[in-house]
Design a protein around this ligand. Structure first.
Ligand code: SF4
Length: 200
């Protein structure tokens, strides 16, 4: 099948004139850039640290480990988040080990099913309706943002904030080394609304 597609693509390429190639150059370049951005975002998600995980994910893990019975929607959400973040399947099964009805065989089977089928994690709206969103207005600045509608956006916003503050810290330190002028004081303890750029 792959060989067939390649042969067809090569045949079509022979029909592309120089004029058409020039006209296609710009849109093709834009598509390439978009794909490169999406790929790097996916790689960043895979490398997400535990401290980047959203409150809904952390609460589900915490409840399960404390023997609290999480509903089916919350369990599916947790497994699909673990799969999206490329956590090892055994780690995902481990999240459920404290559940009151835990069965190694059943959980392993269900987790494997979620990983194989690449379920998309539920968004904030559905998590709220199903009682799996633990935050209330004012509890969490990132969750309060008007663009926040998916837990994966929470992770991206947190990663972006860490990168920005990390970069600023590094540049402040190098300024301190290179000059005797006092550094500016900044309140950088919380993400600013500039994280809105992540709402795409
Ligand atoms: S607002 Fe969204 S990201 Fe934040 S805890 Fe609720 S469901 Fe999770």
């Amino acid at each position: 099948m792959k060989a067939g597609i390649e042969a067809e693509a090569l045949e079509k390429m022979s029909e592309v004139t120089t004029d058409l190639a020039v006209r296609l150059a710009e849109p093709v370049g834009m598509i390439r850039n978009l794909m490169a951005n999406k790929t790097s975002e996916a790689i960043a998600l895979v490398g997400a640290e535990e401290s980047d995980w959203p409150p809904c994910m952390q609460k589900t893990i915490g409840d399960l480990s404390n023997g609290i019975n999480v509903n089916h929607f919350g369990r599916l959400f947790l497994a699909s988040m673990a799969a999206t973040l490329a956590l090892p399947q055994e780690s995902c099964v481990g999240f459920f080990r404290g559940a009151p009805d835990f069965s190694e065989a059943t959980t392993s089977y269900q987790v494997a099913h979620v990983y194989q089928n690449e379920y998309t994690p539920a968004g904030c709206g559905k998590l709220k309706v199903n009682h799996n969103c633990p935050v209330l207005p004012g509890d969490n600045r990132t969750c309060d943002q008007p663009w926040m509608d998916h837990p994966l956006k929470y992770i991206r916003a947190t990663q972006r904030w860490k990168r920005l503050t990390g970069r600023q810290e590094t540049s402040t330190k190098s300024e301190d080394v290179n000059t005797t002028a006092p550094s500016k004081s900044n309140d950088e303890s919380q993400p600013s609304t500039s994280d809105k750029a992540d709402s795409d």
